[in-house]
Design a protein around this ligand. Structure first.
Ligand SMILES: [Zn+2]
Length: 186
């Protein structure tokens, strides 16, 4: 199958020529950016799907790739992808907010969203923030099954530590790929 992977934010996301870093957090002089972290997840997830013989469309491959938010779903559809997976980190004023949630648009997406939520909670041990219905998100206007995974909170120390761990990133990406592939198995 062909899978569209959408690492959130990045170059020209909201405004042409302007880099959108997404949520940011500074800890001990180091600045963490959602756009950079989810790009690593996207590229790892791409490798996992490809290693299993599946095609991948990336809405963006690197920090310079122009990827206006309003064009991502259409570009993914034009690529022939059957499913759209958007990757984000969450943020909130309160740095104690934490946990994982999968956003979905409608009933066609809800089953996959719940499967991803359950499997990712098992691999991360993050707090269950439940799946959430959002029919207003541009990227979820993809013509086909689409989900947006908020992997965890960038400002939450233990969420961030887990998400920055390369071994965990590999496990999380393998989990996402396995759930998606099993969901579409006929
Ligand atoms: Zn985001």
């Amino acid at each position: 199958m062909k899978v569209a992977i959408d690492p959130g934010h990045g170059m020209s996301n909201r405004r042409r020529g302007v880099y959108d870093s997404g949520a940011t957090h500074v800890e001990d002089g180091t600045k963490y950016e959602e756009a950079a972290i989810v790009l690593k997840y996207g590229l790892t997830l791409k490798d996992v799907f490809r290693a299993q013989g599946h095609a991948v469309f990336m809405t963006r491959d690197d920090p310079e790739d122009h990827a206006p938010v309003g064009e991502r779903a259409r570009n993914a559809k034009n690529s022939g992808a059957q499913v759209f997976i958007s990757l984000h980190l969450n943020d909130f004023d309160d740095d104690t907010a934490n946990g994982l949630e999968v956003l979905y648009r409608g009933n066609d997406d809800k089953v996959l969203a719940q499967k991803l939520q359950d499997a990712l909670l098992a691999v991360t041990n993050f707090k269950d923030r439940k799946i959430k219905r959002r029919d207003d998100l541009a990227v979820l206007k993809f013509d086909g099954v689409a989900v947006l995974i908020e992997l965890g909170f960038i400002a939450h120390d233990s969420n961030r530590a887990v998400l920055l761990n390369p071994q965990k990133r590999q496990e999380i990406c393998e989990t996402i790929a396995n759930v998606v592939l099993r969901h579409f198995e006929t």
